[in-house]
Design a protein around this ligand. Sequence first.
Ligand SMILES: [Zn+2]
Length: 401
Amino acid sequence: METERLYFTDSTILQFEASLTGVSQANGVYHFVLDRTAFYPTGGGQPNDAGTINGLNVTDVIDDDKGSILHVVADPAGLVVGDKVRGVVDSVRRLDHLQQHSGQHILSQAFVQACGAETRSFHLGSAASTIDIELDSPVGEHMRAAEDLANRIVFENRPMKIHLVNEEEAARLPLRKESAAHGIIRVIEIEDFDWSPCGGTHARRTGEVGLIAVKSFERAKRLTRVEFVCGGRALRDYRLANRTAVTIARMFTVERDEAPESAARAIQENKSLRRRVRELVEITARVEAAQLLASAKKLDSFKVVPLVFDARDVEELKLLARRLVEGEPAVALLASKEGDMARLVFARSESLEFNMGQLMSEACAVLGGKGGGKPELAQGGGPNIARVDEAVNGAAARLMG
Ligand SMILES: [Zn+2]
């Protein structure tokens, strides 16, 4: 049975009386069919309304494409065909959808007038909405121009009117896109601005849409995808963006709008500091290596430096090891306790013939781990931190033996 669509001619109706004309069960839920409804079913890029029928939650609203609208409820609660029911549409959800959807009509026409870019598709998501427009090389200026025009139309609070016309009359209107419908066509007019065939729920005047803001844009499938928010969503998004900006500004103790400059400066300073730290670490390693060699034990013709550090990363160990072996003949047997792992770096001068890779795999076996490398430089480690001194001293003893 055909359902009269109250939202079709009046999107302000949010409460209504109706008769139950159908109750059926499908996939563990129930479908109510009413003789008339204000509930908007999913379609035309707009999600369905939510709300209640006689206090029962309506979780989905479906157009069966045969003229009936199905209201999905978990349980019919004893209601039968012929009962009078009262429907209540969730006004917050409706207003949100209405703002995003009406805002899309305005923004799409604004892109046509400001950049000559036609809209090819529209998606209304639960957090943000997108339109795909025909714009080849999008830049920020395009977005600002369309945004300025769209918001001017909002601020002028122009009427949005519903026209029900036949195909001939529709052909004479300056429609932004062609209608896929036949017979009576519903056209939404934004006074002196835009005419679009559409079955969705719309604002009565553009002022109801509230602020229209472009959040971001990117090239997608040879079109430009524009993400935007309207009305209540724009307000929430502004609050979030403002809080983020203020939080960052406080970290730098500056005014909100000075934060990007401060952040850029901090990143630059950080880069030069890292460069300076690398230089200083290099100098320190040379000095440290010279001191260690001066007090190292000399065996036959070379020196051995076995040393366990408390917390040094492998790169620092490697740097020190290289400095230790680059001059007079020496072997560096360095270790560090890093968190729950012991790390080892063994190195020797080029003039010596010991195999550091071999020595390393033996030392790692003591630590319950793995390691190896080239004859002149090897690294490894293992989880058995308690035996790290044993592993290093064992390697030193092997060189002397
Ligand atoms: Zn519409």
